[in-house]
Design a protein around this ligand. Structure first.
Ligand SMILES: Cc1cc2nc3c(=O)[nH]c(=O)nc-3n(C[C@H](O)[C@H](O)[C@H](O)COP(=O)(O)OP(=O)(O)OC[C@H]3O[C@@H](n4cnc5c(N)ncnc54)[C@H](O)[C@@H]3O)c2cc1C
Length: 382
């Protein structure tokens, strides 16, 4: 128990002493360099007893509840290397949840165990370029047809985080019996990683891949879960995935705010310290208000998940609020830092701003969540 009490402080020390000193511009859009950094950090995280905070003890994890892991994820998130060093970063973290829930013993042996041990990485492929599935998953164009006791998958996916250097992919494809999840090894000759997309956020482990499935043959046991239940599983995956992103990215926003606070304490303008100017004080206050509200909404969602309550509505509200609040924080932090906040070389703030921007789009764009929430509230009697 005492280990848990000071766990957050120990994660903070790990991030300060090991992750932040290893941060480098050399990692920008370079999945191989990021993997090399993780290979250095993960043994240290294991040695310090910080590895896999979210997984059950029987799977080699620390077995933390959602509420317990909230502050751990936030502390880890202060560095872009932190969550992956603890092996609690997306997409491996939600993929582990899917494999735990829906994987057969053989799939767990082949994919979950090495993933948990950090011997392989993975990705999750749902999104397709137009006219395929994006905000609307029912537009799924990737198909899988039964052939010779197995399946043949054809389709085109993009923005698949973690794809570069991943060992396997969980892909969503339409079958005659409904949408279905398949596990496909990345070295399958029918699967090509066409390119690594240079997205606005440069520090994603495994980058963001564009994938083509061309007559991609997989065995019958490649189906993850039941045939036809792919959308149900994807929905079940998204709720915890969204909350985890909120928790980790709060750490990134906090880091930007810390840098801005340090700057305004030292920098002067027209004879005043920036920190003594009311407009600066208001920006700092607004950042802390956004952070506090984000934390409380996330913790409420975490508590509900620990209690086994539904979070369909709460996780959507939390995702919209937190993704927008964190962007406001990073934007104000950059503003307070002046030119320094625009430099990718001299401060972490500019890159944090870029890292946080896509969060308003992935895991459901704000507009989509607002549309769904609005309809849900208006159609209920309360
Ligand atoms: C950095 C990054 C990482 C990602 N990682 C992954 C991944 O690992 N795996 C994966 O499968 N996908 C991933 N995605 C894709 C992501 O899930 C999609 O971008 C998202 O679902 C939106 O789909 P879309 O891009 O096709 O946008 P579209 O569906 O084309 O929507 C465009 C815009 O239209 C608006 N809009 C859409 N629908 C509605 C509506 N009903 N009401 C009002 N407005 C609406 C929103 O503003 C939306 O941003 C990633 C995306 C990014 C940017």
């Amino acid at each position: 128990m005492s280990g848990r009490v000071d766990l957050v402080a120990r994660v903070r020390r790990f991030v300060e002493r090991h992750c932040i000193p290893l941060e480098s511009k050399a990692h920008v859009h370079d999945p191989a360099a990021l993997d090399a950094a993780l290979a250095q950090l993960r043994p240290v995280a294991r040695e310090l007893g910080l590895y896999l905070p979210q997984m059950p003890v029987e799977q080699g994890g620390l077995g933390l509840s959602w509420v317990e892991r909230a502050a751990v994820f936030e502390e880890a998130g202060r560095s872009y290397l932190g969550p992956a060093a603890l092996n609690c970063a997306a997409p491996d973290q939600p993929n582990m949840i899917s494999l735990l829930r829906q994987g057969t013993p053989e799939q767990q042996r082949r994919y979950l165990r090495p993933l948990a041990e950090g011997r392989m990485r993975s990705c999750f492929a749902m999104t397709e370029p137009a006219p395929g599935a994006g905000s609307d998953p029912s537009m799924l164009c990737t198909t899988a047809r039964r052939e010779g006791g197995g399946w043949v998958i054809d389709g085109h996916k993009w923005f698949i985080t973690g794809a570069v250097g991943a060992a396997f992919c969980i892909v969503l494809a339409q079958t005659g019996e409904g949408p279905t999840q398949f596990i496909v090894d990345m070295d399958n000759p029918g699967l090509e990683c066409v390119r690594a997309i240079r997205a606005i956020d440069p520090y994603a482990v495994g980058g963001h891949g564009e994938l083509r499935f061309t007559a991609c043959r997989v065995a019958a046991d490649a189906v993850l879960g039941e045939v036809g239940r792919g959308f149900v599983y994807a929905q079940q995956r998204l709720e915890p995935a969204r909350l985890s992103h909120c928790l980790r990215l709060m750490g990134r926003a906090r880091r930007a705010l810390e840098a801005a606070q340090a700057y305004v304490r030292e920098r002067s303008s027209f004879g005043d310290r920036l920190a003594d100017l009311q407009q600066i004080q208001a920006m700092v206050a607004d950042c802390h208000i956004d952070l506090h509200a984000s934390r409380l909404m996330s913790l409420d969602c975490a508590r509900r998940m620990d209690e086994g309550l539904a979070v369909k509505t709460e996780s959507a509200m939390t995702k919209v609020f937190v993704s927008e609040a964190l962007n406001r924080i990073a934007d104000r932090a950059a503003q307070m830092c002046g030119a320094l906040g625009m430099s990718e070389d001299d401060s972490p703030v500019a890159l944090i701003l870029r890292e946080l921007r896509p969060f308003r789009i992935y895991d459901g764009a704000s507009e989509l969540h607002r549309a769904t929430l609005g309809r849900r509230f208006l159609s209920s009697k309360t």
